[in-house]
Write a protein that binds this ligand. Sequence first.
Ligand code: TEU
Ligand code: CA
Length: 554
Amino acid sequence: MTKQWWHDKVAYQIYPKSFYDSNGDGIGDIPGIIRKLDYLQDLGVDILWLSPCYPSPLADQGYDISDYYNIDPRFGTMEDMEQLIAEVKKRGMYLLMDLVVNHCSDEHEWFQKACQEPDGKYGKYFYLRDKEEGKLPTNWRSAFGGPAWDDMPGTNKQYLHMFHKKQPDLNWENPQVREEIYKNINWWLDKGVDGFRLDAIMNIKKALPLHDYAPDREDGLCNIGAMLQEAKGIGEFLNEMRDQTFRVHNAFSVGEVFCAKPDNLPGLIGENGYFDSIFDFNAAMFGFSPNGWYDCSPVTPDEYRDCCFESQKRAGSIGFLANIIENHDWPRGASRYIPEGDRCPESKKMLAALSFLLRGIPFIYQGQELGMENMAFTSMDEVDDVSSHGEYQVALKAGLSPEDALKAVSTFSRDNGRTPMHWSDEANAGFTTGSPWLKVNPNYTAIHAAAQVHDPDSVWSFYKKLIALRKNPVYKETIVYGSLEPVWQNRHNLMAYYRKGDKTILVIGNYQKQGQDVELPAAYQEILLNNYSDVSQDGCTIHLHGYQALALAF
Ligand code: TEU
Ligand code: CA
């Protein structure tokens, strides 16, 4: 495998709106990110991925872009952005922007012009169909609920939106659209950005001609998954994009890919793949129901382990997965993957170690390094996310009481990851001196950065050790490029694996409150990581404490 600059890096996702507010308007901003760069450098992360901060009506919190060449004034100015790029570089770090090009905002001038002249140049930038009374062009359900077609203002047409109605899908079949997109990517790369995270990128190719699929709910609509499975030829677009943009700049690209079929992986992340990496959502998606959030199930420790190992086996040495336990679209990992009642620093550290030392590129989501947890929303008024409001309605329609529907939203809401970052135990968790745009999780008084950065036993310090271990010159090669071999896979509530390269490392997590024993095949040479202060052992038998995590070198 040809070595690339991003292989040995650790990435950190910033959700700008909720990271740090520098001017007291309740909204996180770019100057706020600049002020916290030393915090990130101290933690040890290298690559920063910024969720969108381009001008946007924020119907989907910036994933609806109205100008690809600017910064939303709520987040700062282009000068702020340039300063951020410079400050990141100064620290030897890298910056990724979010590339949201399956759709733009309905307030983007392309869509505005398309409305004025649907049969003109810009009409061809979108998927438009003549409006027929009482019949939609196709029976597709949008990701946030309701039909994926809406009336185009001032015309007799309807347009396709796979997500919110303020996010019209761009027509990638039109070479002019592709050219516009590549031009924009190169413009940012020329500015000094080091790469992109590619939003909903597998949605760009539609199965043509567009047609109905079997309805899968009482609304008579169908999930667009079936259509995406059928779409052929996305590779032509993705290869073209890679060759005309990322390749030219030696830039890093990580794709948000949900439909990675095992035989697809070489094409996706192989030596000459469309992307340099794709996120592994196998555990995130486990237990999710096609019926909606109200019908989703929790993930047990054994299921979590099996999901991780399944992905690892598929990826093998083909390429690098981007490993996450959460992001801005999912519940907090600590809440989803650690059973209720067991969430404590030890269990959070164990989860961190198990995920972080997998083969791939670790991505940490803001607040994960503190062990931030889900929010207990007490009313839908506290919830902003469009998707959560859609799912609340789905739950009510399915017959749930408002209390139970709220509980489902509280468990799975994307806002769990979007509540403001906990910097300190001051008002509003030190996130803002004003009134925060989204309610702060009341548990910030117990979980916050100020207390953790100076505490050698904190979750934060454990993440710092994990990052340092990945960079340890003796073990780096093995952790980055070594193979992964599961062990004791049939044991209950135990996740363990070898990383084998020029060194051999055994990673063990006792995924339960009770202790349990493991027999080592031989005596280890060194303890690389331990979330307890001791290892209780008789010869090669280790008596693991509840939620103990170890990395041992042989
Ligand atoms: O997400 C793509 C996507 O498919 C989401 O609907 C995802 O399945 C869901 O949020 C999980 O709960 C990306 C972005 O990450 C998301 O924030 C945007 O809303 C979406 O694209 C549209 O741009
Ligand atoms: Ca602000």
